[in-house]
Design a protein around this ligand. Structure first.
Ligand code: UDX
Length: 437
């Protein structure tokens, strides 16, 4: 008989995983204690934006294989439980907040059947899986723990789940590996690399991968700082070094740096955990990665001041982009919004546009002004900041926009506008890390 699955936590990761597993033919129940979220999901409405996922969710609901519930009792028949709850940064420290993982496990323990496999997908401090296994044993729950980190990127959620770059499974028995091979059989058939690891290594793989990606971005942003000082161009530099296959072109886009719900909090939680383990020296460099990243935001504000003068009070600043990256409405630790909020705090009149993230941005920063149209956002502007590289911003007509602003100045915080096009239309364009864009 086909395995029955459950997914605990129906955030970004959980909904995607549940719908994708259903598309592989499994019966899946998604459980979350957020009633409004579950009500939306049941009716086929996605509580966030992800390209293609809402229609995919509806298709899966229509098969009857995918269901949602607020009750943990709904998962008592499942053979495999995927733990997909959030592990955000704590307010008081760099460490990850493990409350959601701990409460989910306690609830689960009341309902799982003997022999069930609990598979963690959340990003957790190394050692968590072992701790949860001990916790389960002490509550006389005969379930086994495995860890299967998730590498999906927002904007590519379905693609990354159904055609992942690799599958990593942390297990303590052949039986657990066999069950996971059964779950992912169709992905194995298409040649997905399979890596069996122990529990701590599987937990570390995820934070190591995100630390590497963060390092790559901060590396190129550090080069941008040097290019600015030396009169160079970081985009040419990135292109040139990227041809070395050991370096590669990906993740070398210089600009205002990384944000989102993963990279920033993952490197911080990794440092905090290494400290607990007495390995803090090994990750000291991540402190610098974080500092370079935050400095990139500050550098944009310095550029604005260079052009408009120290006093920003009353100056009109238009911000294109609020999401932490395009094709997402996620504003968690968004560099764009951080910059907007800092300029607002300095007295500027800040107006923000985004194709998808305005509602989320407004909820987080109710004091900022928002526009649904680029033209409205740019009206009477003294300075335009391009901070999230949505395709629609690359397709704007700089000639048309020139008529709206007070001062035709644009700062490209993502290094992806066509500088010649803007300059020829009469704009002054400044790009991070480029002396003569
Ligand atoms: C990341 C990892 O890529 C993914 O594997 C993991 O599962 C979750 O964290 P995500 O947060 O969706 O995914 O976004 P990602 O595409 O990695 O971008 C992260 C941030 O880095 C964004 O703010 C993006 O704008 C920035 N970035 C990315 C750059 O500044 N320059 C680049 O070259 C690439």
């Amino acid at each position: 008989m086909k395995l029955r699955l459950s997914v605990i936590g129906t955030g970004y990761l959980g909904v995607t995983h549940a719908a994708c597993m259903s598309s592989l033919g499994f019966e899946v129940v998604g459980v979350d204690n957020d009633e409004s979220k579950i009500a939306k999901l049941k009716s086929g409405t996605l509580p966030f934006y992800e390209p293609g996922l809402e229609i995919f969710l509806r298709d899966q609901l229509a098969t009857g294989r995918l269901t949602f519930s607020t009750q943990y009792s709904a998962l008592s028949e499942a053979d495999v439980h995927f733990l997909c709850v959030g592990t955000p940064q704590m307010e008081s420290s760099l460490a990850a907040d493990m409350r959601f993982v701990e409460s989910a496990i306690k609830e689960l323990a009341n309902f799982v059947k003997a022999g069930a496999l609990i598979v963690g997908k959340s990003t957790v401090p190394v050692g968590t899986a072992q701790k949860l296994q001990t916790l389960l044993a002490s509550s006389a729950c005969e379930a086994e723990i495995a860890w299967n980190p998730e590498f999906l990127r927002e904007g590519f959620a379905i693609e990354d789940t159904l055609r992942p770059t690799r599958l990593v499974v942390g297990v303590t028995s052949d039986r657990a590996e066999q069950i996971l091979r059964e779950v992912y059989a169709q992905l194995l058939e298409i040649g997905t690399p399979w890596i069996r690891a122990d529990l701590p290594t599987s937990e570390l793989v995820k934070v190591a991968a995100n630390s590497f990606l963060a390092t790559k971005i901060s590396f190129i942003n550090a080069m941008a700082e040097v290019c600015e000082a030396a009169g160079g161009d970081v985009t040419v530099l990135a292109n040139a070094i990227g041809y070395d296959p050991r370096i590669g072109h990906k993740f070398l886009q210089a600009g205002i740096g990384f944000g989102g719900g993963c990279l920033p909090k993952d490197i911080r939680a990794f440092m905090a955990r290494a400290h607990e383990l007495g390995a803090n020296q090994a990750l000291e460099f991540l402190r610098e990665i974080d500092a370079i990243n935050l400095r990139a935001r500050q550098r944009v504000i310095d550029v604005v001041r260079n052009f408009l003068g120290e006093e920003l009070k009353g100056r009109h600043i238009s911000i294109l982009g609020a999401a932490f990256k395009p094709e997402s409405d996620d504003v968690r630790d968004s560099p764009a919004l951080d910059i907007a909020a800092q300029l607002h705090a300095a007295g500027a009149v800040v107006k923000v546009h985004d194709p998808k993230a305005i509602a989320n941005a407004q909820a987080r920063f109710p004091n900022l002004e928002f526009s649904n149209a680029v033209a409205d956002c740019l009206l009477e502007s003294d300075c335009v900041l391009h901070l999230t590289e949505w395709r629609e911003y690359r397709e704007l007509d700089p000639g048309e926009l020139l008529k709206l602003v007070r001062n035709p100045l644009i700062i490209d915080g993502r290094n992806c506008l066509d500088s010649k096009l803007w300059q020829e239309a009469g704009w002054k364009l400044h790009a991070l890390g480029r002396t003569n864009p």
